[in-house]
Design a protein around this ligand. Structure first.
Ligand code: GLN
Length: 207
């Protein structure tokens, strides 16, 4: 059973993508008891500072940190990536981290000109060609620790042919053990491969 953190953000889209993958049940998680019941958790896209605040309000921050330390598989998209990172640049001073990923991320990294854009990118471990990546006021990964594998980086040009500039080559999908994160939103494209990869990780972790 895979939970989707349902405090804020694009919860429905993740529940739909997980359900479409088949073989797992997907349920919303808002309370500690619901967190206890799941084998893994997706942290959706949305607004990391708001989710951080709501995690504290709903008494989920410490239980969730503990589950992650104990090895629960987790997948974060965009704001979810920010929350899973051990360190955030350009965050709010009171923003809390879950710490499943030994990475430094830069919030809203793509800046105004390419605030939101789409591109196709190669994603390590996914056969059948590139992934359509939708970036919405996305972070990028500024640096990774030794246990972190980079799964995808920004290509030199976006789909419209625009020069990716300082964004080119930045890491935008990472994995550390059974924790993965993407700066983009596979839940919005109908391409189920990233969710499928996560479901496989969850099944492997469950033995
Ligand atoms: N900019 C948002 C944040 O800081 C993330 C945007 C998203 O999840 N699409 O949390």
């Amino acid at each position: 059973m895979i939970g989707v953190l349902a405090l804020q953000g694009d919860v429905r889209e993740h529940l739909a993508a997980l359900t479409a993958c088949g073989g797992t049940r997907a349920v919303p998680v808002r309370r500690p008891s619901e967190l206890d019941a799941v084998d893994a958790l997706v942290i959706p896209g949305g607004e990391s500072t708001t989710m951080s605040r709501l995690l504290q309000t709903f008494d989920l921050l410490d239980p969730l940190r503990k589950r992650i330390v104990d090895g629960m598989p987790a997948y974060g998209s965009c704001a979810g990536m920010i929350l899973l990172a051990s360190e955030v640049l350009d965050g709010r001073p009171d923003q809390q981290q879950l710490g499943g990923l030994d990475v430094v991320v830069r919030r809203n990294a793509f800046g105004r000109q390419v605030d939101s854009f789409e591109t196709d990118l190669e994603f390590a471990g996914l056969p059948d060609g590139p992934v359509r990546a939708v970036f919405i006021r996305a972070p990028w990964v500024e640096s990774v620790g030794p246990a972190v594998e980079v799964l995808a980086t920004v290509p030199a040009r976006t789909l419209t042919g625009a020069d990716a500039g300082a964004a080119a080559g930045r890491a935008v999908a990472v994995r550390q053990g059974s924790v993965i994160a993407t700066a983009f939103h596979p839940e919005l494209t109908g391409d189920l491969r990233v969710h499928g990869l996560f479901c496989e990780l969850v099944r492997a972790a469950a033995g």
